[in-house]
Design a protein around this ligand. Structure first.
Ligand code: ACO
Ligand code: PYR
Length: 520
């Protein structure tokens, strides 16, 4: 049975921009364990105090599936393994599994280590033997194995034999620079198997966008341990992405290495790790991305409504993801039917002119609206088209002035006249900018009629210039994201006047928010 070895917390943290706290690492450990990961490489105890603290604390966790592994290098040249700080730090970390990397490529031995080829073999054998003598399970990561094999196959094999002689439990063939092609991985592993009896593993990097393919080719060629990281995080272009490898193994190769329930957690784990890493969730990644099962083209939506197999290679629920349909100028009437169904409206059974609604959406998208990120505006549009919409207020007029002088920051003031339930309200508010003032004035006018407005806030306001070459008279699109503290929703406006575009998105935001609160 294939074993999954996760190095999100070690190699994954070598990605630019990631810095986990000890607590982050412990929390991720728990998630990886729930996912059914066999080995979790928690860090390098010889590297820094945070990793030492992690190994101290991780022993208190009650893990169901995973063994914790500590990483490090072989001993330094010309000393005894017993004297090596790194190896002793691994032992002091209290783990039962160690993974040490050694040089396989002769260039690295002479140029990076500045030692002899013979001494490197001694370093590998004695380091593995030392850890084995202390009762540890030992993985030997043969760094740059494939590159080393290309230039000096005899030496690369000698390295594996040295680790085997030292007693290594698994020999992990690393594509450290991530540039090896799949056909070479296959050919080289076949050669290795002629010489080596210890189980093999693979550790691939993604510099040629092939880490997942190379891991799977290695698995086909007989590797029984696959190393990688959640979301493919890792140094440079990343490591092999376990969020793809695990579904591939289970759903395409029928490897029963985790349960169906565990596989269904993979999307949640992927998003959790990105959240903790403080990175945007990987929205376009296979299996786990928000877009992995998002259908935009009308032809696709029409077909998936009949049978989702037509445009989905697996059922999204198998990996804990979900099907989504987007509305845009590329929609057909099927997109509308699907989205209306999500809103609980069986639009086909109503007298609504679907074609007219679709034409309206296409026309608005042509004008610059973009409904993909503004589902609340789309929902209001459907309500209007199906006669469900109730206007919350009527605008009689709004005036905004911005005052600016050399020595003062600009200040804006909006004066607004609206009619609510037949009552006329005339009010004004100041703001940092014109949109802020407009927002303040509108809220002030409506709050006594709709007190639920106090819970509704804007969390994001984006402006995009749509026709850059038109200069200051260019059309702009405003996208607003709002929340009531529980749910978030997006609205859109478009105009050559930024205030008008903002007004449209703002009114949709407020109307949608009030409607939501009424339903609650
Ligand atoms: C392919 C991989 O991903 S390997 C993992 C890479 N990750 C990291 O490097 C992150 C953690 N690293 C660290 O915290 C530090 O680099 C440490 C603590 C390990 C070492 O720090 P320093 O002692 O200051 O050395 P420095 O980082 O400058 O250089 C690396 C040293 O390790 C030696 N080294 C490199 N690989 C090996 C190896 N497989 N076996 C033994 N020694 C090695 C180098 O020869 C060099 O030794 P030298 O300084 O005596 O010439
Ligand atoms: C060991 C390791 O991280 C590598 O070779 O890439």
């Amino acid at each position: 049975m294939v074993k999954i070895y996760d190095t999100t917390l070690r190699d994954g943290s070598q990605r630019e921009g990631i810095s986990y706290s000890t607590e982050d690492k412990l929390n991720i450990t728990k998630k990886l364990d729930e996912l059914g990961i066999d080995y979790i490489e928690g860090g390098w105890p010889g590297s820094n105090p945070k990793d030492i603290e992690y190994f101290n604390k991780v022993q208190e966790l009650k893990l169901e599936n995973a063994k914790i592994s500590a990483f490090g290098s072989t001993r330094r040249a010309n000393i005894k393994a017993e004297e090596d700080k790194n190896l002793n730090a691994i032992l002091a970390s209290g783990v039962k599994v160690a993974t040490i990397f050694g040089k396989t490529w002769d260039l690295h031995v002479t140029q990076a280590l500045k030692t002899t080829l013979e001494e490197n073999l001694n370093m590998i054998e004695s380091s593995v033997a030392y850890l084995k003598s202390k009762g540890l399970e030992v993985n030997f990561d043969a760094e740059h194995f494939f590159d080393g094999y290309e230039v000096n196959p005899e030496y690369a094999i000698k390295v594996l034999l040295a680790a085997q002689k030292g007693g290594a439990d698994t020999l992990v063939l690393c594509d450290t620079n991530g540039g090896t092609m799949p056909f070479k991985i296959k050919k080289i592993i076949a050669k290795v198997k002629e010489e080596i009896s210890v189980p093999l593993g693979v550790h691939a990097h993604n510099d040629a966008e092939l880490a997942v393919a190379n891991s799977l080719i290695a698995y086909e060629a007989g590797a029984v341990q696959i190393q990688g990281t959640i979301n493919g995080y890792g140094e440079r272009c990343g490591n092999a992405n376990l969020s793809s490898i695990m579904p591939n193994l289970k759903l395409k190769y029928n490897e029963e290495f985790i349960t169906d329930e565990q596989l269904a957690k993979i999307t949640e784990v992927s998003r959790y790790v990105s959240e903790v890493a403080n990175l945007n969730p990987p929205s376009h990644k296979p299996y786990v991305g928000d877009s992995a099962f998002a259908h935009k083209g009308g032809i696709h939506v029409s077909a998936i409504l009949r049978d989702s197999k037509t445009y989905e290679h697996i059922r999204p629920e198998l990996v804990g993801n979900k099907q989504r349909v987007l509305v845009s100028e590329l929609s057909g009437k099927s997109n509308l039917v699907y989205k209306a169904q999500e809103l609980g409206i069986n639009i086909e059974e109503e007298s609504t002119d679907l074609r007219a609604v679709l034409d309206k959406i296409k026309d608005l998208e042509h004008q610059g609206y973009h409904f993909e990120g503004a589902e609340a505006s789309f929902e209001l549009l459907v309500e209007k088209a199906t006669g469900r919409y109730t206007k919350l207020f009527e605008l009689e007029g709004v005036r905004i002035i911005t005052e600016k002088s050399e020595d003062k920051s600009p200040l804006s003031e909006a004066t607004i006249k609206v009619k609510v339930n037949g009552e006329r309200v005339h009010t004004a508010a100041e703001g940092d900018g014109p949109v802020n003032a407009l927002d303040g004035a509108l809220r002030k006018a409506l709050i006594s009629f709709y007190p639920e407005l106090k819970d509704i806030h804007l969390i994001d306001y984006k402006v995009r210039v749509l026709e850059g070459n038109e200069g200051t008279s260019a059309k702009v699109r405003v996208l607003i994201e709002s929340t009531d503290g529980h749910q978030t929703w997006g609205t859109v406006g478009a105009s050559t006047n930024i205030i008008e575009a903002s007004w449209q998105a703002l009114v949709d935001s407020i109307e949608y928010g009030i409607k939501l609160k009424k339903v609650d």
